[in-house]
Design a protein around this ligand. Structure first.
Ligand SMILES: *[C@@H]1O[C@H](CO)[C@@H](O)[C@H](O)[C@H]1NC(C)=O
Length: 484
């Protein structure tokens, strides 16, 4: 088991996980044609109208000569050098012969939590080149360790109403100035411009820190899930598009159901999310034949299920969402294929990446049914020994109780088949540190544990027979195990 140690040093050289940049898309610039009711920028013969009650901040890039202009009561123009307004001087511009009224129609109701209003990328370079990240909806708005950018030379207005006391970020760039601490930001937020740019019940807090955990950090937007989805579905009457597969999947943090695949990973201390993301990108997604597949990988606060296994102290898991561009009966099939490739890769090399266990769910237009697969990564030899020891201990207890008459019959005949799963559990490591409680002197809790273990086993069997295929790999015959 030299690999984890080497990996450990390697990972520490790399440091904590990487950056994500989120850039606000809309602007309220004067020269942006889509901000005017006629879909064009005002010209000389126009009468420009700002609604008197509108609250606006408008960036003006260049000089304009206009016939007349009605101004709002509360607002500002931010003038670039050389920009300005002049009265119409009698020289008609070509294409601007007819006098007309043109209204500023930029929506003042943009929400911070609208995932359609942000571009996300892993570097500033990618942002510029339009190489955006795919992510679940909750993570498409800024997460707690993200750098947020409002493009310089643009004006904007955004409602920062939030369910959290504070919208937490790593940094924020406004009008070309980058803010990394709360004091400087607070000063800026006192300015007149800022009061027009940000409104609504909410506050911004800056940490200037990256995610400190190399296995990744949760985005932190779960409390605003409803707000994010309401904004996303605003123009479709709160209706998600109907997926073209039966039993579509619902990724954690996503608003609508999808066709494709979800891989869930349980991880150990050696896991590095950036390193593993790169592994998938280089081994699978960068291949030309996989161009149509999109992947999102992140740490999420998952449901406790893991196909009915023992609940763990922490329910953080790594979620990999794969979607493709195929349609109809083919929808999701490419993502499924790729996901199976990743599962095979995990079976072979998962352990060296710190992956303890993986499960796959797929939904495609092809078979019209959701499927589940679960694999265990080979446990260390020590783990196996502990597992065996625990089983002996447990079966010993059962026998003893049986003899004493406390237990009339074995509560569950599948007891022995559970040992593999037990030795995988992290909690076992904790138990080791504290030493084992002697189950013989701890009858009630041991009984309860056995009981719940078996009822879960039953649920698992039921699930398996319904619509889920569950595979267990016996580590004793698992070739990857033998090599380890
Ligand atoms: C114009 O404004 C719209 C909406 O605010 C925005 O989506 C678009 O990117 C802007 N275009 C330019 C060129 O800035």
């Amino acid at each position: 088991m030299k690999t984890p140690l080497l990996l450990f040093f390697f990972l520490h050289l790399l440091g904590p996980s990487g950056a994500v940049y989120k850039q606000w898309i809309p602007n309220t610039n004067f020269e942006n044609a889509s901000n005017w009711d006629q879909g064009r920028v005002p010209c000389t013969n126009d009468v420009v109208v700002f609604g008197s009650s509108e609250v606006v901040s408008v960036f003006v890039q260049s000089p304009h000569s206009l016939t007349d202009m009605y101004l709002p009561l509360n607002g500002e123009f931010i003038m670039a050098p050389g920009a300005g307004f002049a009265a119409f001087d009698g020289n008609y511009e070509p294409g601007c012969e007819t006098a007309s009224e043109i209204k500023f129609a930029s929506s003042g109701s943009y929400q911070w939590y609208d995932p359609t209003l942000w571009h996300a990328a892993v570097s500033l370079e990618d942002l510029e080149r339009g190489k955006y990240m795919f992510s679940v909806d909750e993570e498409h708005v800024p997460c707690q360790y993200d750098d947020v950018l409002f493009q310089p030379e643009t004006s904007f207005r955004v409602n920062i109403e939030s369910s959290e006391q504070m919208i937490r970020l790593r940094s924020i760039s406004l009008m070309g100035q980058k803010f990394t601490d709360d004091d400087t930001l607070a000063e800026y937020l006192q300015s007149r411009s800022a009061k027009l740019q940000f409104h609504g019940q909410g506050a911004l807090g800056l940490s200037n820190a990256r995610c400190p955990d190399k296995s990744g950090c949760e985005c932190g937007n779960a409390a605003d899930h409803h707000r994010i989805c309401a904004a996303l579905l605003e123009n479709s009457e709160d209706q998600c598009p109907v997926p073209t597969c039966k039993n579509p999947l619902k990724p954690v943090g996503h608003c609508c159901e999808i066709c494709g695949a979800i891989i869930s990973l349980e991880y150990s201390t050696g896991f590095d999310i950036e390193q593993y993301r790169n592994r998938i990108l280089h081994t699978f997604l960068s291949l030309p034949r996989n161009a149509g597949v999109q992947m999102a990988i992140s740490k999420v606060h998952g449901p406790h299920t893991f196909l009915g296994l023992l609940a763990r102290s922490s329910a953080s898991l790594i979620q990999i969402v794969l979607m493709d561009n195929r349609t109809g009966s083919q929808s999701g099939s490419h993502a499924e294929q790729l996901a199976e490739g990743i599962m095979n890769d995990i079976a072979k090399y998962g352990e060296s990446f710190g992956i303890l266990r993986s499960s796959l769910q797929t939904a495609t237009g092809n078979n019209w049914s959701a499927q589940g697969v679960e694999r265990h990564i080979g446990a260390s030899t020590a783990g196996m020994v502990i597992g065996l020891f625990l089983i002996l201990l447990l079966s010993g207890t059962v026998l003893l109780l049986y003899r004493k008459g406390i237990l009339r019959s074995f509560p569950c005949v599948h007891l022995l088949s559970r040992w593999k799963r037990m030795n995988d559990l992290d909690s076992l490591g904790e138990a080791m540190d504290k030493g084992f409680d002697n189950p013989m002197f701890d009858t009630p809790s041991s009984l309860a544990a056995l009981d719940s273990a078996c009822s879960r086993e039953e649920t698992l069997k039921e699930m398996g027979s319904k619509n889920t295929q569950v595979y267990y790999i016996n580590p004793l015959y698992d070739e990857t195990e033998l090599r380890a």
